[in-house]
Design a protein around this ligand. Structure first.
Ligand SMILES: Cc1cc2nc3c(=O)[nH]c(=O)nc-3n(C[C@H](O)[C@H](O)[C@H](O)COP(=O)(O)O)c2cc1C
Length: 149
């Protein structure tokens, strides 16, 4: 059975909380999902569809729990071979140019690796909402079928 693999980048737990809500919503639609917060390249290779939900830290940086994973993917430069993906970024526009920088980096990398984006990068601004899960759950609900391919 097909499922959505959700890769979570988080420092303080916001993105993890959002990912858990997304997973619960998918379950109500009988869509299987699996959360990865310490993923390996093999987890990524085995995924038939990829959803990333990640915050940004530092100055536009990927959270430490995904940092080496993303670097390994970049170094391996293996084609994603049209694997469907979507990226939801949690950020804070008060960081200016580095707003949602991790999401931007990940979206650009997957595009370079020839993944198939099923939606534009979603950027959720902590200055505008205290409930990123509301926006992200609704967005995933709309794109879930496309993600499953
Ligand atoms: C030290 C620090 C650095 C941050 N740097 C950025 C940044 O460069 N760009 C951005 O959009 N958000 C930045 N943020 C905001 C976080 O991405 C945002 O608060 C997010 O909701 C945190 O989610 P998390 O708990 O899953 O890590 C930063 C937050 C902190 C505390």
């Amino acid at each position: 059975m097909s499922k959505i693999s959700i890769f979570v980048g988080t420092v303080y737990g916001n993105a993890q909380h959002v990912a858990e809500d997304v997973s619960s919503m998918l379950a109500t639609k009988n869509i299987d999902s699996e959360l990865f917060s310490d993923p390996s390249i093999d987890d990524f290779k085995q995924a038939s569809s990829v959803l990333v939900i990640s915050s940004t830290t530092g100055q536009g940086d990927v959270p430490p729990n995904l940092e080496f994973f993303i670097q390994d993917l970049r170094d391996a430069a293996e084609s994603m071979d049209n694997k469907p993906f979507a990226v939801a970024a949690l950020g804070d526009s008060s960081y200016g140019d580095s707003f949602c920088g991790a999401g931007v980096q990940i979206f650009d990398l997957f595009t370079e690796l020839q993944g198939k984006p099923v939606a534009e990068l979603l950027e959720v601004d902590a200055c505008e909402t205290l409930e990123p899960e509301v926006e992200i759950v609704a967005w995933v609900e709309k794109i879930a079928e496309d993600l499953l391919g």
